[in-house]
Design a protein around this ligand. Structure first.
Ligand SMILES: O=C(O)C[C@H](O)C(=O)O
Ligand code: SF4
Length: 506
């Protein structure tokens, strides 16, 4: 098995950087469904462009390279201990090369392992089979969409939908509710893996297994096939749209499986995957570990975007940091901004820290970017940002208003929107929320012209550190302004009403 580790490294690299063929086909269709001149359409164009850039550069599609989850079938007699060792080797190497972000954090100490190895990471599921090849499927599912997974225990009451009973109608309601509760926070357009039944653990596991099915297959169970079709026919009437901007497309796949359950339990487990749906596979020679063939991978993928640069409308507003109150008060929901100057990344660890400590830099008039980049050092020892899309902002809701007030921050860039407390702070202190396009890590890395410094690297690790980034023309949409308007509130409310129309209460 001398080639095994190298084959696995190729699998990891390709999965992080090259979108699967079936997902490309689905997204290509999605791209034609939205008008390029509206917010969702422009976001989709950026997503298409980002997928092309990632593939050409062999760099991560999204900076969150997710939880490496392997589903492996081996012929009887293959040494699984040796395979596990080879997987670990490949993961460490892929992390060094910046194909994976260091994503494994000690849950007790908060320390980032730095190499993606630790208790529970990576996840490896082995099974034996009677074929004479090894099959390795890899799913890289990021944290933002993982946070939007949801498990229902039927019967239950659902907002906007009323009672969900222990039957397929109840399951249908749960699935629609799952899409609705995710809004744009899981980087819609999304794709669902669903399991009806099982227990709490096997339910989620089987839901994820559904994501291993080709998007264009037909469910072998005709009842589930019909349910999948029904979800696909109606989910796009919700109006959530790309990134929750409102629009015609919200979902590009729904795969449903079922497991037997205990009489007392009836779970519906939903695994929500973002548009950055990364899963590929390989068939390996069981003697050498060499790749015999690829699964889901397109040899020479065609470009998804129409052109190499984003077509701008000319209506974009140019802003340079530091921002004044006047700059910010002029902005209204719906404006598209091109931001230049120095911005500071900060996510969970930094927000918690700033609640109790001073900032290492003066943040008056400055911009906080909710972002955990992939960063590697070049040959001269200088930091280079190789992937840098936004992270879900809602996690900072408990802190953001206080931090805006205490430090005089004028803009927050993130994705998925924030809540009422932050909206009030934007109004009270003159600040704005800018929604960047989630997952577009190459598109945003391109805007970073220089790393001017970094704080808390040792303490917080690469994704959580405070990076001082000089950016040029970073594109984002104003979705919460300083006049009390929030696009997220509007879309959530309207899609809630649509939910009531799609599946009437009983
Ligand atoms: O961790 C990240 O960079 C992003 C995360 O996947 C998210 O969607 O919030
Ligand atoms: S940032 Fe968005 S695209 Fe990336 S892993 Fe998170 S949910 Fe997926």
């Amino acid at each position: 098995m001398e080639q095994l580790s190298q084959s696995l490294l190729e699998l990891i690299t390709q999965t992080a950087t090259n979108m699967p063929a079936d997902v490309r086909r689905a997204l290509k269709r999605v791209l034609t469904m939205e008008d390029k001149n509206n917010r969702s359409g422009q976001a989709l164009q950026i997503i298409g462009l980002n997928i092309d850039m990632a593939c050409e550069r062999e760099q991560p599609i999204c900076q969150d390279t997710g939880m490496p989850t392997f589903f492996i079938h081996t012929p009887v007699g293959v040494n699984q201990i040796a395979m596990k060792r080879a997987i670990h080797e490949a993961i460490v190497e892929a992390t060094k090369l910046g194909k994976l972000r260091p994503n494994s954090v000690d849950s007790v100490t908060g320390k980032n392992a730095g190499n993606n190895i630790g208790p529970g990471t990576p996840i490896i599921h082995f099974e034996q089979w009677e074929e004479d090849e090894i099959e390795v499927l890899l799913l890289l599912k990021g944290g933002g969409c993982e946070n939007k997974n949801i498990q229902y225990s039927l019967p239950c009451e659902l907002e906007h939908l009323g009672r969900a009973d222990r039957n397929l109608e109840g399951v249908y309601k749960c699935i629609l509710h799952a899409i609705w509760q995710a809004q744009g926070q899981g980087c819609s357009v999304g794709c669902l893996g669903v399991c009806i039944g099982g227990d709490r653990t096997s339910g989620y596991h089987h839901a994820k297994e559904q994501l291993l099915r080709p998007l264009d297959d037909v469910n072998p169970n005709p009842v589930l096939a019909e349910l999948e079709e029904r979800v696909m026919a109606h989910a796009n009437d919700l109006g959530i749209g790309t990134m929750g901007f409102g629009g015609k497309v919200t979902l590009f796949g729904c795969k449903i499986g079922a497991l037997n359950r205990l009489p007392a339990s009836f779970f519906v487990s939903v695994a929500y995957d973002c548009w950055a749906f990364r899963r590929l596979g390989v068939r390996l020679d069981p003697q050498t570990g060499a790749i015999r063939r690829w699964l889901f991978r397109e040899e020479r993928p065609q470009r998804l975007a129409d052109q190499e640069n984003l077509p701008l409308t000319g209506r974009e507003l140019h802003l340079t940091t530091p921002l004044s109150e006047e700059d910010v008060r002029k902005l209204r929901v719906g404006d598209v901004v091109l931001l230049s100057g120095v911005i500071y990344t900060g996510r969970d660890a930094l927000h918690k820290y700033l609640m109790e400590h001073d900032s290492p830099v003066d943040l008056r008039g400055q911009v906080i970017y909710h972002c955990g980049p992939v960063a590697i050092k070049d040959a001269q020892g200088r930091w280079k940002i190789t992937a840098a899309g936004p992270t879900t902002s809602m996690r900072e809701e408990p802190y953001q208003a206080d931090i805006i007030r205490r430090f005089g921050i004028r803009a927050v860039i993130g994705k998925g929107g924030m809540g009422e407390k932050t909206l009030q702070a934007l109004k009270d202190y003159g600040a704005v929320y800018l929604n960047a396009i989630g997952g577009a890590a190459q598109f945003y890395a391109e805007c970073v012209t220089e790393v001017e410094g970094v704080d808390f690297l040792e303490e917080f690790g690469i994704p959580e550190a405070m990076w001082h980034l000089r950016v040029k023309d970073l594109l984002a949409v104003v979705t919460m302004d300083s006049h009390g308007n929030s696009l997220h509130e509007v879309v959530e409310e309207e899609s809630g009403k649509n939910l009531e129309l799609i599946a009437p209460r009983r």
